[in-house]
Ligand binder design. Structure first.
Ligand code: ZN
Length: 317
């Protein structure tokens, strides 16, 4: 009898607990995230960075039209308690600057010196977290994907972007890291191409991005035959970039993604050459790894929602 009533009361307690959890789930405040790219904006809302309940994709047109669409969508799918924006750049990340939250000197027509965080903070009446697209992706991979408290997220595609997380925070300084524009040492056999970066010629992006490869060899890397010297050069330059991330920031993990990295065999070649370059010298060598993205295409929007969660908690970056 006592046992039966104990079981019954436990059942009631369990049911009540479940109802409470469901009620709190219904009432869970929503975070908003924007992965702002040069061709499209991905928008999402969810109670946590890994729990998206609605999402959409809109084309990047003019700032006025795009931001109006963004505001409208969040008004319909919110309200959100905080917004995170992981944006194409360059962007102003200094909270003390009057231009914080701006896309600054972008070559994208119509978008230079555009305030995107300010109008959205005002329209949605909530705190806003703002960072680069690659820093957002690095944060998401560090937290939910490849892992580690220090991580570099490198995307090799239409450009070469590098996001950095150390100590669980994204790296900012006087601006944000632009490691895609470091100068690698040229291969001994490779001196007849001036490079494709409009600012630096043969910087990393000018030698190993998709447009640089196309300008130089008239094809994408994945379409060039396996013995083509392009594979050796590109893997060698990217290995120098990875070595630089290990040697300067001492990251534990490098995530290598983007369109060019879809080339079969490239990730393995870069990994092998990076560790050959570093020799046995780097002190953290045994704890350093180079991997493919674990979150696939989700890292950008997940990172944006994480920026929203941080803004909600009152963290300033
Ligand atoms: Zn450059």
């Amino acid at each position: 009898m006592r046992l039966a009533s104990a079981i019954a009361s436990r059942g009631i307690a369990r049911r009540k607990g479940r109802e409470r959890r469901m009620a709190s789930r219904d009432a869970a405040p929503l975070l908003g995230g924007i992965e702002a790219g040069g061709t499209k904006f991905v928008l999402a809302v969810g109670p946590s960075p890994r729990e998206i309940v609605s999402r959409t994709v809109i084309p990047t047109t003019t700032p006025d039209r795009t931001l109006a669409e963004v505001t409208h969508w969040f008004a319909e799918h919110g309200p959100v308690v905080a917004l995170g924006i992981a944006s194409f750049g360059p962007v102003e990340l200094d909270r003390a600057s009057p231009n914080w939250g701006y896309i600054t000197d972008t070559p994208k027509p119509g978008w230079a010196q555009t305030d995107i965080a300010g109008p959205l903070a005002k329209a949605l009446a909530c705190p806003v977290g703002f960072d680069t697209d690659v820093n957002g992706a690095a944060l998401a991979e560090a937290t939910y994907g490849a892992g580690g408290t220090s991580l570099a997220y490198i995307t090799v595609g239409t450009g070469i972007g590098v996001g950095l997380v150390t100590g669980g925070r994204t790296v900012h300084g006087a601006g944000h890291p632009e490691m895609g524009h470091i100068f690698p040492r040229r291969d001994r056999e490779d001196f007849d191409f001036p490079g494709h970066c409009p600012f630096h010629g043969d910087c990393m992006e000018g030698l190993a991005s998709g447009p640089a490869i196309l300008a130089r060899w008239g094809a994408m890397l994945s379409d060039l035959p396996p013995g083509h010297p392009a594979h050796t050069y590109v893997a060698g330059y990217l290995a120098q970039l990875c070595h630089t991330a290990f040697a300067t920031v001492a990251v534990e993990t490098i995530v290598l993604g983007g369109g060019v990295m879809q080339t079969p065999g490239l990730l393995d070649a870069v990994r092998e050459r990076t560790f050959a370059l570093g020799a046995e010298y780097l002190p953290g060598r045994s704890r350093q790894q180079i991997v493919a993205p674990k979150l696939g295409q989700e890292s950008g929007i997940s990172g944006a929602l994480q920026l929203a969660a941080r803004a909600f908690e009152g963290a300033n970056d």
